[in-house]
Design a protein around this ligand. Structure first.
Ligand code: SF4
Length: 201
């Protein structure tokens, strides 16, 4: 091998892998998720009420279907499949939620609510206006990734009062945290209408 060829070969062997842009990949996962037909939402289970573990006070819970994050040791892997669960109209969800009495608010759990942002926002806006409930959501994406995604994802976030953000990371598991499973996750209190972070827990 001549010197120049040898040099090129050494360069190839030592070439550092390109830096992975995790945020860009997360935004792509949000943007490429298949959407339910307009006016519909895909759920993974029935609506809940009087729930006390997914936010402050008694809460109704909407369990969405479909998650691209695939966290190791996720407790709900059956909610990952975009074609799983069942489709239901957002109007029917609102009607059913209005029958739950004495609730402080609504929480979106998953699955990943931010891959169905338009349907979730429609429900969030309706319960705020008609039931005067506050609205929370869980997400395996971070606040920053959702802001970067913009569009319907950011519009849904702006309709929330609080969110728990970030993926579940088994190595950071901590069951003593309020509403969270791992230390990287944050409870963000948000300013409704702007998405501004008011407080971080
Ligand atoms: S974001 Fe939630 S539902 Fe999705 S894989 Fe992670 S823990 Fe499971």
């Amino acid at each position: 091998m001549c010197l120049s060829k040898k040099f090129v070969a050494v360069q190839r062997v030592n070439k550092m892998p390109e830096k992975i842009d995790w945020d860009k990949m997360a935004v792509e996962r949000m943007h490429s998720a298949p959407q339910p037909p307009k006016g519909m939402i895909r759920l993974s289970g029935p609506l809940e009420h009087d729930n006390i573990v997914n936010g402050d006070g008694l809460r109704a819970v909407v369990w969405t279907q479909g998650c691209p994050n695939h966290c190791k040791e996720c407790q709900n892997p059956e909610t990952w499949d975009y074609q799983g669960g069942f489709l239901v109209s957002t109007k029917e969800i609102c009607e059913r939620l209005s029958q739950f009495k004495g609730q402080a608010g609504l929480t979106f759990c998953g699955g990943e609510p931010f891959v169905q942002p338009e349907a979730c926002k429609e429900i969030a806006d309706w319960v705020r206006k008609n039931l005067s409930w506050n609205v929370w959501s869980f997400s395996g994406f971070t606040y920053e990734q959702i802001k970067k995604a913009g569009g319907p994802q950011w519009e849904f976030l702006k309709s929330l009062d609080a969110m728990i953000d970030g993926p579940f990371i088994i190595g950071l598991k901590d069951l003593s945290l309020r509403y969270r499973g791992s230390k990287n996750q944050r409870l963000l209190h948000l300013e409704y209408g702007t998405g501004k972070i008011l407080k971080i827990e």
